[in-house]
Design a protein around this ligand. Structure first.
Ligand code: NDP
Length: 333
């Protein structure tokens, strides 16, 4: 399968070109960038045969059947709609769009066109998260009472552009990281948060957008979720804890782009380490997408997952702005 990459981005260069090339018979045919000055050189350095600033030109290539979108967030909607209209399967970066309405429109258009549409939520592709989900589903910790997610990191210098100073491009830690944590909570617990309370702050990096957020979410089962995201914490480390009536799961260093981290389960029998598959996260996500295109299963995170993670992130920001508890609007999903 040939792919069109839309967005000459860091994530494409660091992970996604390799993830596509790791699938037998797959390669990237096109890079589409908004920059005439960068696109040719970018294509050359990543050995991509065709480069353009004209999305329609790349989408007209009948040999390409999949599109991966990793432009800045405000561009996702129009680019995805064009790709879907051209009959391409689409793997789109999170957050799917700037508004819930746009995300719903993208997902609906793909359904009507009969193409696969997926959201690149990589964490649910990791062996660690899949193992934790399995332990919970097997009842190893009994009834889940609470989930704590620690996702306060230090945004590297080379990513300190639009993310920390451009609300119109979708900047801010909430659309960037809270949206991932929303997907993690939904994936692990198998239910969607009902309402949230939240605080947000700028703690040294954000310029016009928040760089830190803390929020508490209530699940339909009564389980509570505590979530912390930041761009400004160099030494905090990431992780999550799931606490149940019969045990607790402690996972350290698992909120990353690499298959890293340690998991322990603690029950009345004692404390034991948990082993898990260490496959690359983005390769797994592309593999699941490719299977879905072949009619085998569904993508790791589909459009509805992308809509729901966005809905939670929007509710967290609204709750922080208003200082009130916000009921999450999933737009009917
Ligand atoms: P980048 O800032 O690296 O790239 C975003 C856009 O900025 C590119 O499409 C490009 O525009 C432009 N750009 C990039 N580098 C330069 C440069 N050196 N000079 C001028 N312009 C440049 O963003 P990310 O790769 O970090 O993120 C892209 C998308 O992917 C976002 O939606 C983000 O939320 C998502 N993401 C998802 C991750 C995941 O794990 N699922 C992880 C990281 C990001 P153009 O294409 O027009 O040239």
């Amino acid at each position: 399968m040939r792919w069109v990459f839309v967005g000459a981005s860091t994530i494409a260069a660091q992970y996604m070109i390799g993830a596509v090339r790791s699938q037998a018979g797959h390669d990237v045919s096109w890079i589409v960038s908004g920059s005439e000055a960068r696109v040719g050189e970018w294509a050359k350095s990543h050995e991509i045969p065709d480069a353009t600033t004209d999305l329609a030109k790349a989408l007209a290539d009948n040999d390409a059947s999949a599109v991966y979108i990793s432009s800045t967030n405000e561009k996702h909607h129009a680019q995805a709609m064009a790709a879907i209209e051209a009959g391409k399967h689409v793997l789109c970066e999170k957050p799917l769009a700037m508004s819930l309405r746009d995300a719903i429109e993208m997902t609906g258009a793909a359904r009507n066109a009969g193409v696969v549409f997926a959201t690149n939520h990589h964490l649910r592709c990791s062996g660690s998260h899949r193992k934790i989900r399995e332990l919970i589903a097997q009842g190893r910790i009994g009834q889940v009472l609470s989930l704590r997610i620690f996702h306060a990191v230090h945004l590297p210098q080379h990513l300190q552009g639009w993310r920390i100073n451009d609300a119109s491009a979708g900047g801010g830690v909430i659309p960037d990281i809270t949206v991932h944590d929303a997907d993690v909570a939904r994936f692990l617990l198998g239910e969607d948060p009902v309402d949230v309370v939240a605080q947000m702050a700028t703690s040294g990096m954000g310029d016009g957008v928040e760089d830190s957020a803390m929020s508490a979410w209530m699940m339909p089962s009564g389980a509570m979720v505590m979530s912390h995201e930041s761009f400004t914490h160099p030494f905090a480390g990431s992780g999550l804890e799931v606490h149940g009536s019969e045990g607790s799961i402690f996972a350290r260093g698992v909120m990353t782009q690499e298959p890293l981290g340690e998991i322990e389960i603690v029950t009345a029998e004692g404390r034991e380490p948990v082993l898990y598959s260490s496959h690359p996260l983005y390769e797994q996500g592309v593999a699941d997408f490719v299977d879905a295109v072949a009619g085998q299963g569904r993508p790791a995170a589909d459009g509805i997952d992308g809509i729901k993670s966005l809905a939670v992130a929007h509710a967290v920001r609204e709750a922080a702005q208003s200082g009130t508890r916000v009921t999450i609007d999933y737009g009917g999903f």
